[in-house]
Design a protein around this ligand. Structure first.
Ligand SMILES: *Cc1c(COP(=O)(O)O)cnc(C)c1O
Length: 356
């Protein structure tokens, strides 16, 4: 606390990211990073940018990256927005498109950054409970009499549950709220979800947000993007150009373009994570865990006989990090990132010792 803080700062409740400790031989399964490296072509493109040209500002519009993403998704470049990680893209979307008189609606169990942005931008919100299987019920997001959302944000697959909603159900939410923007946060979609990008040309109120941090193994580069109707993108650009003209540096633009262009590496590395996830799910089930069906690069699991916080602590003492959320409805779950086969094998072995 400081007397120099503004009233806004006094009122904030900042997001707390998973820890990044410096411990040797750590099995780090707590922040959903990709276990395999980025495309070698992306690394090469990044290295090529490390020259005297770094004295010059990057392209403020990152036109090369917008063109590459537009081509990949068969969209126009004016339908693409890019930012410094999808957290920044989401922040701009909250500010530009989700801040209205009526409250913003999102699930009671979802990405915990959403209420933080609401606090930062003074957005009223209402949480909509997941069903008893931790799934989103689309009908709960439709206008009920005079009650309707000022905006909606859905993570699909959801975090930290990993559960995915089929595209038809997403479309039901979008079509049922034609006067509100629906943001679909697809940070994990490449691990088994269905992308709503296929719907953006049909629905002018749909904004789809993705990131290079998870499926493209570039969390350290900080690149995210949004696609939607050109009018939504223009709103985001107005905020961005009132905040930071250069959110992406030269290395980020070059690396992201090369990553988009290396489709084989992307597909194969996601396929490997999915295969490991299925093995991990089976191994955890064999230890007595209940594991929610996951379409992400993590699993959400609870053990009926063991406290989740105690398990997380015991794992940490054995140099294995997983994420535990001290939050209503989910405080008996562990969120475990899918690592390499060896890391997941080590986790299962240690869990077996702890439970046995
Ligand atoms: C990881 C994550 C993001 C943000 O990722 P960036 O690294 O900022 O691109 C956004 N939404 C969800 C649900 C996430 O899990």
């Amino acid at each position: 606390m400081s007397r120099f803080w503004s009233a806004v700062v006094h009122g904030l409740t900042p997001y707390v990211p998973g820890e990044q400790p410096k411990i040797d031989n750590l099995v780090k399964l707590n922040t959903n990073e990709h276990p395999y490296g980025p495309s070698p072509k992306a690394l090469q493109a990044i290295r090529k940018e490390v020259t005297d040209s770094l004295r010059l500002y990057p392209d403020p519009n990152a036109d090369r990256l917008k063109a590459a993403l537009a081509a990949r998704f068969s969209l126009e470049p004016q339908q693409v927005f890019v930012g410094n990680g999808s957290d920044e893209v989401l922040a701009h979307a909250f500010h530009a498109l989700l801040r209205h008189e009526r409250p913003l609606w999102f699930a009671d169990v979802t990405y915990s950054f959403y209420p933080v942005y609401c606090g930062l931008y003074g957005i009223e919100y209402r949480t909509v409970p997941l069903d008893e299987h931790y799934a989103i019920r689309p009908e709960d997001y439709l206008p009920q009499g005079d009650e309707r959302a000022g905006g909606i944000v859905v993570a699909n697959p959801n975090a930290p549950t990993g559960r995915a909603l089929p595209l038809a159900k997403i479309e039901r939410i979008v079509a049922g709220n034609p006067d509100a923007v629906v943001v679909v946060d697809e940070a994990y979609v490449d691990f088994g979800g269905e992308s709503a990008i296929a719907l953006v040309n049909r629905h002018p109120n749909l904004l789809v947000v993705q990131t290079f941090s998870k499926s493209r193994s570039l969390a350290g580069l900080r690149v995210g993007f949004a696609v939607g109707h050109a009018d939504l993108i223009a709103g985001l650009e107005r905020i961005k150009n009132s905040f930071n003209s250069y959110p992406l540096g030269r290395m980020a633009i070059a690396g992201a373009v090369a990553s988009v262009e290396d489709e084989p590496h992307f597909r194969e590395s996601c396929r490997r994570v999915i295969a490991t996830r299925e093995q991990l799910t089976a191994d955890l089930a064999a230890l007595g865990f209940q594991v929610l069906p996951s379409a992400a690069n993590f699993v959400f699991a609870r053990h009926p006989k063991h406290d989740a916080a105690e398990l997380a602590l015991a794992l940490r003492n054995r140099a294995i990090l997983v994420r535990h959320f001290k939050a209503p409805r989910i405080d008996q779950f562990l969120r475990i990132t899918v690592g390499t086969d060896a890391q997941c094998g080590q986790l299962v072995k240690v869990l077996g010792e702890l439970l046995g």
